[in-house]
Design a protein. Sequence first.
Length: 94
Amino acid sequence: MKTIIDEMPDRQLLRQRLIDALHRGPVVVEFRKVNGELRTMPCTLRNDLMPPAPKLDEDAPIRKHSDATISVWCTDKQSWRSFRIDSVISFDPL
């Protein structure tokens, strides 16, 4: 069932519901990119639909975690992508 974000003003609840849906399987997320372009992205966080986690490089800089974004496996581009929670327009589990 497609969730329209205007119907969900609590961003923490939105984040948790979206992450839960992504762990269950593919989700189509519609959001506005930083450049203003509208993007519809099929993505997931379900382990069996993603590649194995890469080996960590101990020399690589540590990236700061942000609750404002979600990193996902984009199923059409076959790569990691991220989006800002406040840019999400809707999401629809497949």
